[in-house]
Ligand binder design. Sequence first.
Ligand code: MLC
Ligand code: AMP
Length: 536
Amino acid sequence: MSISIFERSAKFARRVALLANGESRTYEWLEAQSRVRAEQLLRGSADIEEARIGFLMKPGLDYVVTQWAIWRAGGIAVPLCPEHPDPELTYIIEDAGVSLLLASELLDEKLRPIARAQNLSFRTTSELGGEVSLEENETVELPTLSLDRRAMILYTSGTTGRPKGAVSTHANMTAHMESLVEAWNWDSQDHILHVLPLHHTHGVVNALCCALYSGATVEFSRPEATQCWDRFASGEVTVFMAVPTIYSKLLHAWEQADDFTRARWTKGAAKLRLMVSGSAALPVSIFERWKVATGHDLLERYGMTEIGMGLSNPYAGERRPGTVGQPLPSVDLRIVNPESHKVLAEGLHAIEQGASGEIQVRGPMVFSEYWGRPDDTAASFEDGWFRTGDEAVLEEGYYRILGRRSVDILKSGGYKISAVEIEEVLRSHPAVQDCAVVGLPCEEWGERVAAAVVVEPGALLLPDRILSGQEGPDARSKAVKSILDGWTRERLAPYKVPRAWLCLDGLPRNAMGKIQKPTVQDLFAAHGEGPLEVSR
Ligand code: MLC
Ligand code: AMP
């Protein structure tokens, strides 16, 4: 097994590795730039020894050079999200114990004040030194890395409080890449249109690293529908990967287009060799509409930050809508009854026909630990198997995901979101006496984040008429939204901000005092906010 993608790049030297903003760069270029940037990170030392380096860059050349440079200098890459507000960035930087922050010129102003407040070293990539010529001689020897070296920390939401940093070693990442390269036939002739964020495993490993591991070309683009369709129509793209929300947005554009444009887009898209959906359940209706628009059976697969990819419909063979196929190469996967701990299915073998339970995974791609949280790490494994918290059933040789075991984990636009984290932020507002965050099923977003709030009497400077509900429930909920939307937006990533608000006199609780979240969802439905129709 080779250690990582950068050790393979010599094989593809003259091939185009990256395309971004109209610029194209070869593997030889990427190798040279990342070597020089690694030398700058080393600053005379032999190895940065798993130092955590946070970097804030939009998807593009700088991001990839920096990611490779951190690895080549022996560090742990902590990708930061440009859309995150300061408190969210600060939390990750502190939690990961980041010692150096890097930003592109564009994001200098966003990160520099955080670095100053944290008393951390900070450089923009141009301060580190600009592009080098390919002829420049190698000067410094880079450290030799073993596979068990930690490579990356990705922050992922859990059932409790703030996100946790999932650590992957080079061995984990390489196993993840090799499994997908084999299953989906990646090779150096491929050209992926990359539209996903680069702080989550879907965008970082499945779409970016697998392509570079194979010597393929990565073209960065925004997930803007017309732009994507036009790129499909160019005939240059061979692979596309996205979350169901993006397919929904692309379909909307296709269905709105005139006949001529639609025919051009359809013809181009039909030429891609692979289109993959994942990160959230793909509604059967989207699978079917996509088939009409492009002729493709979307390949749906299932994964998680902690395990990499676990299940996939076949590359060659029937892709069954509403299912996620079979275990990927090198993945051991089983279904366990969480109460009795009885194994109900393992691999392709159903032990109890039709019985559903928790998905558990074992294999070389499973992460090594939650950063700085040994107790959480230990609690997430059962006899060496990682407990995903997802429920599934094996039916006629195909796994079907039934949902999450916890109501407090939501998926919106493919992002995993903790209801508890949002509730904590809402409760920190003086006007919030109590609150409950739930997901409302929605075909386009998977779920929409919704917050039911009980306000502290007298804390809001709003007329009594509104607060008492005399002006109707909508006026009260709108007033609450107008106050709390900005509060959450300043503190949480945009995709965590509630899209539906309801102001209540009290929250529904059971005899034990536990909030009844299904009843909260029903209350939203009664106020005309979902649950909207979903076809599975
Ligand atoms: C945005 N909007 C939302 C919303 N997010 N509405 C409801 N729910 C949400 N979650 C609204 C905005 O307010 C705005 O409305 C409009 O939608 C467009 O917003 P936007 O911010 O421009 O959206 P956009 O940038 O288009 O983002 C949509 C997206 C993005 C689907 C491209 O969410 C995305 O990149 N998702 C991918 C997440 C991902 O990579 N997950 C992988 C995790 S790893 P208005 O009215 O203001 O216009 C993982 C493991 C695995 O899960 O298996 O892969
Ligand atoms: P994340 O923690 O962001 O990596 O998200 C992982 C979660 O996304 C999984 O635990 C599942 O709940 C969900 N997920 C990923 N792929 C699918 C899929 N194809 N169908 C249903 N849920 C999925």
